[in-house]
Design a protein around this ligand. Sequence first.
Ligand code: URA
Length: 210
Amino acid sequence: MSSRVHVIDHPLVQHKLSLMRMKSTSTSAFRNLLTEVSVLLAYEVTRDMPTHQVTVETPMARTSVPMLDGKKIVLISILRAGTGILDGILRLIPSARVGHVGLYRDPKTLTAVEYYFKVPREMSDRDAIVVDPMLATGNSAVAAVERLRETRPRSIKFVCLLTCPEGLKNFHSHHPDVPVYTAAIDSHLDEHGYIIPGLGDAGDRLYGTK
Ligand code: URA
């Protein structure tokens, strides 16, 4: 496995993902599970975050302790399903800034079309974490990261719940320097661009729109 792809095979992540795959799982359970899994994914994606020392007073003594540069992180949610992951990561990094990229998938060509883009100022000081539950064809992820690069963030990582070999290949052929964090790499894509076995349409399952 390439060092650019991190599969989070923690048993808690895998168990929750298995529940999410079941078609009998309700919308509210699916939403809660995605939030819970995202907290665990956030734990892994932030493993190498830099810290700086600050001096604090404990009830017992004065000491130097590590603290995160939390404000330097910007979470970039690919609408609409990215919001499900965003909520979980924000529980772990509440001071992170948030940007949004609105893309829809043209059902005929499966290419990504942008309709919204808003990110914080001073991106060159920030480490960006782009989130979308499904890295399927990879076209939305490629387009979102391409657009994000124009704002020159200090670094970019990509977090998803599920991906497949085709999506990873497409994504890394455009963005070889962006590591992908995922809970699983499934078998393949079908002819409609859905991940098999997957979990269906993440947006529809999150918001009950089907
Ligand atoms: N988007 C989804 O929500 N599910 C897939 O399987 C592929 C893309």
